[in-house]
Design a protein around this ligand. Sequence first.
Ligand code: FES
Length: 109
Amino acid sequence: MPKVTFVERNGNPREIEARAGQTLLEIAWDNELDIEGACEGSMACATCHVIVDPAWFDRLPDPSEDEEDMLDLAYDIQKTSRLGCQITLTDALDGLVVRLPKDVRNMLL
Ligand code: FES
């Protein structure tokens, strides 16, 4: 099973083994990480915002326009920001590293 490391807001890295085919949001939920995912993956909230390690960013499929539009509204946006609900873990992404942003802004509120 591929591994993904989530760097928590306090800087603590959490390496997690997960099934290929799960989104980063689903993996975060299963492992009680501090990611809300308020819209449950329908690209309407940006509370699943993660910052991808630059070494991995170009290895991910490109974001859709809808994802980019939603990211424009996210807090602590970085060049390698993505929505965790739109990244599906694959065996090729074994070792992926993402960081949780400093804070999140919930677009649904
Ligand atoms: S969970 Fe709401 S945009 Fe990803």
